[in-house]
Design a protein around this ligand. Structure first.
Ligand code: ADP
Length: 444
């Protein structure tokens, strides 16, 4: 209850007119992840496997050769620069390519090689000589469908007979057209139209069905039911594959509803920790106070790259202007940018073209903060109920155990928000030390 009263105060400081970028759009976030990802995400954990038939032997491969792929497909993989299967691919690929086919539910964080795995499976199973749709892949948005399609085009570059069609809104194809592309990638609504309204697609002839980004899918109104309707029209012997970056109960329930008799593979993500982070706070009432404290940080320690989190777009804009006027090279990341623009900003920051990144909540996730030495919370993260948002706090300043480089986090806290700070300390069983903005010798 005390947080609710806190909330009123918080809302009266004039920022409610301003736009808060706090609702993270899962599909946008996923697209952003794809756009800024250049290589595999490693994991130290073991792959957990739940076999449909525990008595059948379990294969895992260390090379792509062991999969006995068509040579133009193997060549395509090598031309993409893949040398060996990723951790999840080691077990997922032999399962997906086994005969008779097996169904699979696979979960691992984004960047671990899921898309490459199912694209490989589709390309391997498709018969290029047959000119009708054989693989159907569902994606949550047009943009994500296109991303997957581009992987198909790249990996299948040398499989000249194999082609892709996109069942997405805006791709108008006259009723009764005979679709010759073997791989269809689309969003659930349009795929349903293609199957039933326009009769472009004969679901009975699909032999591989992929449901990608299941967690994003169930977050979108209607997609769960539409996906189930599509799945019900597939033939009995169709291979069904489902992928998800996260595995909350709702995702697992949906996965088990839509994929009969599955093998299940999971790869846990590296945990975020606060152990290598020194955490401090300044008591500041106004944004001018906060800015002054920030300047003092720059005056006292050597800052490599910094990310500063603001609660609102307007504050982000104000802060970046102040910093620019003081000679800093700043970039701003906030919700009014398109996903492509955000990806470009992140790329420039990664390349070191700017040393300071000012951002709102929307972009808290997905940025790799390995090279960032300081993180500043211009305001403590709170949720809609104005309670402390522990998860966001952890994601902003935490590091994965393996890349346990040291970092420093600074929090700018108004006196009336001190209880938020205390509950963050309590939650993480950690100490956030107060600093005097005029005497920074306290920083060790
Ligand atoms: P996910 O679907 O889990 O997000 P992706 O399949 O998109 O992961 O792979 C993430 C990145 O790693 C992509 O840039 C992809 O090209 C690359 N990648 C995937 N598999 C391999 C591999 N076996 N070797 C090297 N790079 C890979």
């Amino acid at each position: 209850a005390s947080f609710l009263t806190l909330g009123k105060k918080y809302a009266s400081d004039g920022e409610e007119e301003d736009k808060e970028d706090d609702k993270v759009d899962l599909a946008e976030n996923s697209l952003l992840n794809k756009l800024i990802r250049k290589s595999l995400v490693e994991s130290n954990h073991h792959v957990e496997i739940l076999q449909r038939d525990p008595s059948s032997p379990l294969f895992s491969v260390k090379t792509f050769e062991e999969l006995h792929l068509k040579k133009e497909l193997l060549q395509g993989i090598y031309e993409m620069g893949f040398n060996r299967p990723s951790k999840i691919q080691e077990t997922a690929l032999p399962m997906m390519l086994a005969d008779p086919s097996q169904n699979l539910i696979a979960q691992s964080q984004s960047g671990t090689g899921k898309t490459a795995a199912f694209v490989l499976a589709m390309l391997s199973r498709v018969n290029g000589a047959e000119k009708f749709p054989q693989c159907l892949c569902l994606a949550p948005t047009y943009e994500l469908a296109v991303q997957t399609g581009q992987v198909v085009e790249k990996m299948g570059k040398l499989c000249v007979d194999i082609r892709v069609a996109y069942a997405v809104r805006g791709n108008r194809i006259p009723r009764g057209t005979k679709i010759e592309e073997q791989i269809i990638i689309g969003t659930p609504g349009t795929v349903l139209d293609w199957c039933f309204k326009l009769k472009l697609l004969d679901a009975k002839k699909i032999s591989v069905f992929v449901l990608d980004e299941a967690d994003v899918m169930i977050d979108t109104q209607g997609f769960l039911d539409q996906s189930l309707r599509i799945q019900r029209t597939l033939p009995q012997d169709c291979q069904m594959l489902l992928f998800s970056a996260t595995f909350e109960d709702a995702v697992l329930r949906f996965a088990e509803q839509i994929i009969p008799d599955p093998n299940i593979i999971k790869l846990r993500r590296e945990e975020m920790t606060l152990t290598n982070i020194r955490q401090y706070y300044f008591l500041c009432e106004t944004k001018q106070d906060k800015y002054k404290a920030l300047c003092n940080i720059y005056g006292s320690i050597t800052v490599g790259q910094a990310i500063i989190f603001c609660q609102t777009r307007r504050n982000a804009k104000w802060l970046s202007q102040e910093l620019s006027q003081d000679g800093h090279k700043v970039s701003v990341l906030s919700g009014e940018l398109t996903v492509e623009q955000r990806a470009a900003v992140i790329q420039r920051f990664r390349d070191g073209k700017e040393k300071v990144l000012v951002t709102t909540n929307v972009c808290a996730r997905g940025i790799d903060v390995k090279q960032v030495t300081i993180v500043v919370n211009f305001k403590l993260p709170t949720n809609q109920l104005l309670c402390p948002d522990f998860e966001t706090y952890l994601h902003r300043i935490g590091r994965t155990g393996r890349f346990g480089k040291k970092g420093i986090a600074f929090n700018m806290v108004e006196r009336h928000n001190l209880p938020l700070l205390r509950s963050i300390e309590e939650h993480f069983k950690t100490k956030i030390k107060q600093l005097d903005p005029d005497d920074m010798d306290e920083i060790e």
